[in-house]
Design a protein around this ligand. Structure first.
Ligand code: PMP
Length: 406
């Protein structure tokens, strides 16, 4: 079927076919994206003919590898509109949030201070703050949602006090696709002297991101959701904040000078990258950012918006379907069908080579809010087409027949 804004990019993605060679309707990109050949090849070259360690060797291969690793940092910085000394490579968004909690958080929060999160956060933007609250005596407030399932910033405005040191919010919900008005959230946070952390796991792959325009203080995301490898992600933090943050993990590469009496630390970002880093992953992460930039995030966003609009319209016309999330969701459609458990739906769809996610999506407080145990979620990527939606809708009709609902 015709796609309005993008050429068919499936040929770039070896993962987009099933093992027996038939098309695979992969609608779980919000969990993890398939990888284009450019990323797989960058990883292969780095682990193959270019491989050596970074930051230590006196030989030329290591110097070249170091340059490639640092170029990757620059590419990721440019991708976000930040500067390279503001990018820390982490294992992913989860580790990036834990890093902020354990360094900035422990250094800046004291008993009675407050952290504002929201009802729709992923567990990785809840649990590290609970652990930090436990360690420091700080308290957590939860911002509710509007009727169309956006974080209610009017309530956030009313709730925020001078006691709030941090506002940590999901930029795009992995369950609902709701897009946060980040500049407004930043203004509200900054008005009370708090910092804003954005969980960008689902925004970086779906829209063009510029940390200066978002006006946030921290931005975290994972490469594997951006068509890159697992095992790597990034923390962007404003340089004045990052420079003042104490180290977290100790070890090689993060030091300036070690003696048994006293150790001094390297400047940021090296101070936060203890040990031999994920070298191939970093280079492949940059290849993913280059790939998605060449496709164009605005074109990608328009493409996914077209698919979301159609799927929400078709599901919305079915009287046994509940849709979650706002109409302008970024690439993600969560729904439930009366009397059919999402897991049963997901299992029957799999028989027709349609892969959706069914579960709590690591957002149990959001499931509690909706009073459901789970939702079904279809999420799109730059390779998704109308054929995938056709296959999903056929699979839903078949599931209804199996359940005797037709
Ligand atoms: N936040 C959001 C919104 C996510 O979608 C995810 C991944 N599902 C995460 C955080 C955690 O990312 P990771 O598991 O890659 O660290």
């Amino acid at each position: 079927a015709a796609i309005s804004t993008l050429p068919d990019l499936r040929g770039d993605f070896p993962g987009m076919i099933t093992h027996d060679g038939t098309p695979w309707h992969y609608l779980d990109t919000a969990a993890t994206a398939q990888k284009p050949r450019a990323v797989i090849e960058a990883m292969g070259r780095t682990l193959g003919e270019n491989y050596a360690t970074v930051h230590r060797g006196v030989y030329s291969r290591s110097a070249e590898m170091t340059q490639a690793y640092e170029n990757a940092r620059r590419t990721i910085a440019n991708f976000l509109g930040g500067s390279e000394n503001e990018i820390v490579f982490t294992r992913g968004a989860t580790e990036a949030i834990n890093l902020v909690a354990n360094t900035w958080g422990r250094a800046n929060l004291k008993p009675g201070d407050r952290i504002l999160i929201s009802q729709l956060e992923h567990h990785s933007n809840i649990v590290p703050w609970q652990m930090l609250a436990e360690a420091t005596g700080a308290r957590i407030d939860v911002c509710p949602l509007t009727d169309d399932h956006q974080i209610d910033l009017d309530v956030a405005e009313a709730k925020l006090t001078e006691g709030h040191k941090l506002v940590a919010l999901c930029h795009v919900s992995n369950v609902l696709g709701s897009v946060l008005d980040a500049p407004r959230a930043a203004k509200l946070a900054h008005n009370v002297g708090a910092k804003l952390l954005l969980d960008g796991c689902q925004s970086a792959p779906h829209m063009s991101v510029d940390v200066a325009k978002l006006d946030c203080d921290f931005y975290v995301f994972s490469a594997h959701k951006l068509y890159g490898p697992t095992g790597i992600g990034a923390l962007w933090a404003r340089s004045d904040i990052l420079d003042a943050m104490p180290p977290w993990e100790g070890g090689g590469a993060m030091i300036d000078r070690v003696t048994f009496e006293k150790t001094t630390y390297a400047p940021a970002p090296q101070r936060f990258e203890a040990g031999t880093p994920a070298i191939g992953e970093a280079v492949a992460f940059a290849a993913a950012a280059d790939y998605i930039s060449a496709v164009g995030l605005d074109r990608l966003h328009a493409h996914e918006a077209e698919l979301v609009e159609r799927l929400r319209r078709e599901l919305g016309a079915m009287n046994d379907v509940t849709l979650f999330g706002p109409a302008d969701s970024a690439g993600i459609v969560s729904f439930a069908i009366d009397d059919i458990h999402p897991h049963d739906l997901g299992t029957i769809l799999d028989e027709a080579n349609v892969a959706i996610r069914a579960g709590h999506h690591c957002a149990q407080p959001l499931m509690d809010y909706f009073k459901v145990p789970a939702t079904a979620r279809a999420s799109f990527g730059l390779y998704s087409t109308h054929d995938d939606i056709d296959a999903l809708l056929e699979g839903i009709a078949r599931t209804r027949r199996i359940f005797g609902k037709a």
